[in-house]
Design a protein around this ligand. Structure first.
Ligand code: PMP
Length: 406
């Protein structure tokens, strides 16, 4: 490993603090990641030095700010290997990106009786926008079941495809079980029937290589805040052939070409989908996050994280009464579990007293909880600033909590 974990941790000031008198062990990375100083500074420096509304000005500050902002579009394009930066649209996050697709693709292409396919392991933000659309448009939602091991039932998926299917929308990595779905296979299956695929990359973009051309997916969406960037920014990638046909999502400034009361024409890609002033300071922070990840050698980060995940899984098996939810053959970064008959909330609360930040509950995936017949789980989710020592401490704490809760 070329990167020095202590140096990495020093880049994340928040990690050095104590919680309830104990050193913070932050294992809630699937909810949001912490930010390195370079990202914090990049965002703050916008306000210190170049703050000005982008795209519209003739003056110096506006031009500089626009240039730095547009550079990030290039960085994102390179990061996901999109064919063109015109296909990279900035949003508020994964949720807004899915809503954009549901509204624009839905309004343009879907008709009553059409079907879209989701899976039982989707986050609510890849379910509810489609339900709202289904109500508006009379579209049917079909749901791919999840196996006992936490994998997609691919046979069922194959059998669901028919001449009414208009879209498949699926998570790249489950935010509850860490399952890495066979998205390349899904895209191939769908494309054989000329069905487009959206991939929800919220849990994948920072943990595995994402190459939208190799995946050949039609749409790929993710949030900045889960990849060490500021909150309130995200990405919607779409193939040009779809974006050009899709109606705009929201109306407002920047997305227009010419506005008149007799009819308005729209701007070119990507601006057609970027109404209003974006969170340019946050987006510039996203650029800094991409730089930071690249400086620390992405492959080493992914390998380190995966080794840490395997180590944690192995160590946690020694905790008496632990039951994992989802043990897919391909999985990473997220471990969901239950401890004996204890309620996840009680486990999480006691862990908090010991300085551990883990998430408990349904993780915005209630259909998956229903599938397993549980109210929720305790979830440990890892980032590359976590350490084996933290995992060892977690295991000790879980044994202690298990004893306390009987
Ligand atoms: N999809 C998945 C798989 C997620 O894990 C999350 C966040 N937990 C989301 C979508 C929603 O992301 P955001 O709240 O950043 O829009």
């Amino acid at each position: 490993m070329a990167f020095d974990i202590q140096n990495i941790r020093d880049d994340f000031p928040i990690l050095g603090q104590k919680v309830n008198g104990k050193p913070l062990v932050y294992l809630d990375n699937a909810a949001t990641t912490q930010k390195p100083v370079s990202v914090i500074e990049a965002e703050a420096n916008v306000y210190r030095t170049i703050n000005s509304n982008i795209h519209r000005g003739v003056h110096h500050l506006s031009n500089v700010c626009t240039e730095v902002f547009e550079d990030v579009r290039q960085k994102v394009k390179d990061f996901i290997n999109a064919p063109s930066s015109d296909e990279v649209i900035f949003t508020r996050g994964t949720t807004e990106s899915v809503n954009l697709l549901a509204a624009s693709f839905g309004e343009t292409f879907l008709n009553p009786g059409d079907e879209i396919i989701l899976t039982e392991m989707e986050h609510h933000s890849n379910i509810v926008p489609w339900q709202l659309l289904a109500q508006r448009k009379g579209v049917t939602i079909k749901v791919v079941p999840v196996t006992d091991g936490g994998e997609l039932d691919m046979q069922a998926l194959g059998e669901m495809l028919n001449e009414k299917t208009r879209l498949i929308s699926v998570a790249h990595i489950s935010n509850v079980m860490g399952t890495i779905n066979p998205v390349r296979e899904i895209v191939a299956l769908a494309h054989a029937a000329e069905i487009p695929v959206m991939i929800d990359g919220a849990q994948a973009i920072h943990h595995v290589p994402v190459d939208v051309q190799a995946l050949d997916c039609d749409f790929y969406v993710f949030s900045g805040h889960k990849m060490y960037a500021p909150t309130g920014v995200g990405v919607f990638y779409g193939k040009r052939k779809w974006l050009e046909q899709m109606n705009p999502y929201q109306g407002g400034g920047e997305m227009i070409d010419k506005v008149s009361f007799s009819g308005t024409t729209f701007n070119d890609l990507p601006y057609k989908f970027e109404a209003g002033t974006p969170n340019y300071a946050g987006i510039i922070g996203l650029g800094a996050a991409i730089d930071y990840l690249k400086q620390n050698h992405l492959e080493e980060i992914w390998n380190y994280e995966h080794q840490l995940f395997e180590y944690a899984l192995d160590k946690m098996k020694s905790v008496s009464g632990i039951r994992f939810v989802g043990e897919a053959a391909q999985h990473t970064s997220v471990i969901s579990f239950l401890l004996g008959n204890s309620h996840p909330f009680d486990v999480g609360t006691l862990l908090d007293k010991l300085g551990f930040a883990l998430r408990t509950g349904h993780h915005c995936a209630q259909p998956l909880m229903d599938r397993f017949g549980i109210p929720g789980t305790v979830r440990a989710s890892f980032a590359f600033y976590n350490t084996k020592e933290e995992v060892d401490h977690l295991v000790e704490a879980l044994i202690r909590v298990g004893t306390m809760l009987g």
